[in-house]
Design a protein around this ligand. Structure first.
Ligand code: PMP
Ligand code: GLN
Length: 381
């Protein structure tokens, strides 16, 4: 096989989920909710399936879903989007990211990445022949400086990938940070692939700011969303990309030979869901925020120190205070085997300068499960 894939380890999410199964551990590793998702969204998809929405839809996505994506962008961000020319539906954000990067990057192009980063970015950048230029965000607030950007941007910069809110650490980029990134994009004539799958999981009254809404960046950004996170239906794999036609066109060309299209009945469910009342979206964030607080308090009581998380499904615990003499990977292994709780070692999200004292817990679970995990950890430590 291609050495890029042959020599690649299986993703940390799959590995840790298998390990959790083997040891019957509570799986707070891989990020997926354990509730059933909004019943009306499920019904809209089920109705569409029974009504015969089961043949290939348009390669760009069903008109209903593309219209819903455009209406959602206007409603939440005041962004005017031409649904017919500026929206592409994909098989999850994973495919959207692949299609964006393969569509944009030419061999030798430099691509700016911020670590910790989601595990699919680097392999796809490499597959496209791109050269990664990595900014390492600094704990505990995962900050970066103008000098960090000066070091990685240059005449060969084609694009950057920005995940906001940031998996695995829950960083929510400030407007000032986004403006600084935008300044470099304009100066170096660069594009951005904006992974915003956690756009509706932002806490403490903050509002998500899409990079594409920063002045001057409308025609430089491809904004990626996912129904998985917005409707707690991670298995549906419905993603969407928004961007100007000139940028979206090569992305659609990549998409047409990867998946071509994605299930029309699920697209109908998501189109229905994106038009749901405001209370659904605020309720989702409020419920996740309460879970964040519940797990954070429990982990602290168990003796772990916990970093602030302003968004996503995740929070980070610092294992240095436990006195464990090993790295995050060994810690997560031991925690699964001996405490019966699974977390994800955060070093898996770094390519250049890994930190090895952080582990990621997923809190999008039933309260009873979070409580049981905390009880196990308290007994263990
Ligand atoms: N980007 C990030 C940051 C994610 O956390 C995930 C999945 N959890 C994805 C992309 C992939 O989303 P999807 O399941 O829609 O492919
Ligand atoms: N995005 C999910 C997480 O970070 C995992 C998705 C996957 O397993 N590929 O946990």
């Amino acid at each position: 096989g291609n050495p890029l894939f042959r020599d690649m380890p299986t993703t940390v999410f799959e590995v840790m989920s298998q390990l959790a199964l083997k040891h019957r551990a509570i799986n707070l590793g891989q990020g997926f909710p354990d509730d059933r998702g909004p019943a009306d969204v499920l019904r809209a998809a089920a109705d569409a399936l029974l009504d015969g929405y089961n043949q290939y839809p348009s390669m760009m996505g069903t008109p209903e879903l593309r219209q819903a994506v455009a209406a959602h962008a206007r409603r939440f961000y005041g962004l005017e989007v031409d649904w017919a020319r500026e929206v592409l539906v994909t098989s999850g954000a994973t495919e959207a990211l692949g299609a964006c990067l393969l569509g944009l990057i030419e061999p030798g192009d430099e691509v700016v990445l911020f670590e910790p980063m989601y595990d699919s970015y680097l392999p796809i950048v490499r597959l496209a022949g791109g050269i990664p230029r990595i900014v390492t965000l600094k704990a505990p607030d995962w900050s970066f400086t103008r000098e960090d950007l000066e070091r990685v941007f240059g005449p060969k910069t084609k694009a950057l990938v920005l995940n906001n809110p940031l998996n695995p650490v829950g960083k929510v980029y400030s407007r000032a940070e986004l403006e600084l990134i935008g300044e470099f994009m304009r100066r170096f004539d660069a594009y951005a692939v904006c992974d915003e799958v956690y756009e509706h999981l932002v806490f403490d009254g903050a509002r998500h700011i899409p990079l594409i809404t920063i002045p001057g960046l409308r025609d430089r950004c491809l904004r990626v969303g996912s129904a998985g996170k917005t409707f707690s239906l991670t298995g549906w794999k419905i993603g969407y990309v928004t961007g100007v036609p000139e940028l979206l066109q090569p992305v659609a060309k990549a998409h047409q030979f990867m998946t071509f299209t994605t299930a029309p009945n699920l697209q109908a469910g998501v189109a229905y869901g994106l038009a749901k009342e405001e209370a659904y979206f605020t309720g989702l964030a409020a419920s996740m925020q309460a879970k964040r607080d519940r797990l954070a308090a429990g982990l602290r009581e168990a003796g772990l120190s916990v970093l602030h998380s302003g968004g996503t499904y995740f929070l980070i615990a610092d294992i240095s205070s436990t006195g464990f003499d090993g790295d995050d990977v060994a810690f997560c292994l031991k925690l699964t085997e001996e405490a019966g709780v699974t977390a994800i070692p955060v070093s898996a999200f770094f390519a250049e300068s890994p930190v090895r004292n952080f582990i990621r817990f997923c809190f999008c679970k039933q309260d009873a499960l979070l409580d049981e995990a905390v009880a196990r950890l308290k007994r263990y430590f």
